[in-house]
Design a protein around this ligand. Sequence first.
Ligand SMILES: [Zn+2]
Ligand SMILES: [Zn+2]
Length: 260
Amino acid sequence: MRVTILGSGSEGNALLLESRTTSVLVDAGLSHRKLVQRFAAIGRGAPKDVSAVIVTHSHTDHAAHASTYARRLGCPVRASEATLQSIRLRTSVEAEPFTVGRRFMVGDIAIHSHALPHDAPQVALRFETKVTTVGLATDLGHVPKGLTRFLGECETLLLESNHDPDMLEAGPYPEMLKRRVGGSLGHLSNGQAGDLLAGMAHAPKRVVLMHLSETNNSPRLARNSAEAALGHQGTELLLAQQHQPLELDPARDQQLQLGI
Ligand SMILES: [Zn+2]
Ligand SMILES: [Zn+2]
């Protein structure tokens, strides 16, 4: 499965997953214009044949442009019932709910969901094809029971590493926002992400740190924390960015798809 992260962070999230036969966009927090620009930056046109826009939760940095994506791509928006109830989709857009905890298929991709603790109903997602598994968990205040196992078989794991607690504490956010971000329904700190990684029975082949705060974190701190947790297990570690796309090694994925 080819994974392209178009942007990750509180100013907008979107990523594209492509199996051999099926493409899905996950989250719609970047404007369509920005989405096109991000694809252009990696020498690609915006995808045309997308089977679904999947929205993890209702916050605007994930859901604001769901109607536009769906209308332009001619595909449904898929989200949990709770999320669909709180995002305003245009009436012309087809909304297809999925049940949290129950597997559903989009083309040849099997998608599993797991509830996450956040200040809106939120899910982690696991995407499986015959050849690989990709996990996504961002926007969670703490690691809930069962999540480490849910993500356990992932070859590629896209995991939030939002903030460094000391930087958050000393930073410019108002007190209420500090408590929200650092609270149990907020965002995952570097240390919490590290604890999840350290607790996995098998280290993923590749970990991408997601949703880094530009105010309350630094790429170096996030990377150090994840590296310390992973030890020397040969896991490839990457960082997603807010303003730059990240294309995960397409050549290697092609080899995986061909089974070589
Ligand atoms: Zn977010
Ligand atoms: Zn959120």
